[in-house]
Ligand binder design. Structure first.
Ligand code: G3H
Ligand code: 13P
Ligand code: ZN
Length: 321
């Protein structure tokens, strides 16, 4: 079975009102764990590759590993460039057959972000590829500066609803990553903070009102940093901070119901793998066969992905509809 196009996965997910997991992959064990879990749960999946993953594993290895995964399963698999930072990198991935690329110009001024994104869109659309852009900044669990009384500051770091409409119109981008308090890594929230789901609703509505339809939104930094994984890692010799915290799964569920179609998860995979390896080392200190610690770690990642697709993203059972 060939790769499935990201565009087709989005169309079905929007229609079926479920979210797609976009899981970061860096090596064979991660790819196997994600694909096996999704196969058993009959879930479509996006495997995403960052620039760092390409540097770590070599793009050819990743491509061949994904080809191998596709040849042993029937589930729909799309391949996405995560956080492309230059037009050149995006072009390279498009030429290599990625079904979607992200151009991350979120750190640039609006006009420059539009310009860079449009260049990627122009190339991608000529080569049967779709593009994710990003507007707003994921600088941590922050409140939008200048937001008072329900009005939205254009100087804040959250995505502004009107600007989202302008950005999509001017670039022709196929999906949009938004900033609503989400951030990358294992230290997202302090205390009992949450995603700004009102802002998400406002962005979705603005796009709808502007006749852009049920427009696909993307949530980066969507790991939940499960407390039990953090504690297990620390019990087995790790030193993660007490303040490690992620997005509550209930927030992700509301985001899914409000119209987030692609949910990016990397940190939780890293935590599951680390917990598995640490436990194996502690249980069997004399062991030095990598299969004996990477194998259990792979099982832990698989169980985590199974939980996400079944209970959080609700894409289990959607692979063949
Ligand atoms: O959002 C970034 C992803 O977690 C990828 O991280 O650049 O370390 O591969 P990376
Ligand atoms: P997490 O760090 O929350 O897993 O986010 C991953 C991500 O956004 C990849 O683009
Ligand atoms: Zn991201």
């Amino acid at each position: 079975m060939p790769l499935t196009h990201t565009r087709d996965l989005f169309t079905k997910a929007l229609k079926g009102k479920y979210a797609l997991g976009a899981f970061n992959v860096n090596n064979m064990e991660l790819i196997q764990a994600i694909v096996e879990a999704c196969e058993e749960e009959k879930a479509p999946v996006i495997l995403q590759i960052s620039k760092g993953a390409r540097q770590y594993a070599n793009p050819v290895y990743l491509k061949k590993l994904i080809e191998a995964a596709i040849s042993v399963t029937n589930i729909p698999i799309a391949v996405h460039l995560d956080h492309g930072d230059t037009v050149e990198l995006c072009r390279q991935c498009i030429d290599e057959g990625f079904t979607s690329v992200m151009i991350d110009g979120s750190h640039l001024p609006f006009e420059k972000n539009v310009e860079v994104c449009k260049r990627v869109v122009d190339y991608a659309h000529k080569h049967n590829c779709v593009v994710e852009g990003e507007l707003g900044q994921l600088v941590g669990a922050q409140f939008d500066e200048g937001e008072h009384g329900g009005s939205f500051s254009k100087g804040g770091v959250y995505t502004h609803p009107d600007e989202a409409v302008e950005f999509v119109r001017q670039t022709g981008v196929d999906s949009l990553a938004i900033a609503i308090g989400n951030s990358h890594g294992a230290y997202k929230f302090k205390g009992a903070q949450h995603l700004n789901l009102d802002r998400l609703t406002a962005i979705k509505k603005a796009l709808m009102d502007a006749s852009l339809g049920d427009y696909p939104l993307v949530l980066h930094g969507a790991s939940s940093v499960p407390r039990e994984l953090v504690e297990e890692i620390n019990r087995t010799g790790g030193k993660l901070g007490e303040d490690a915290a992620g997005v509550p799964e209930a927030d992700i569920e509301i985001a899914r119901r409000t119209g987030v179609t692609k949910v990016n998860i990397d940190t939780d995979l890293r935590l599951a793998m680390t917990a598995g390896i640490r436990k194996a080392f502690l249980d069997n200190p004399k062991e030095f066969d990598p299969r004996k610690y990477l194998g259990p770690a792979r099982v832990r990642v698989k169980e985590l992905v199974r939980h996400k697709v079944r209970n959080v993203l609700c894409c289990a059972g959607q692979a063949f509809d």
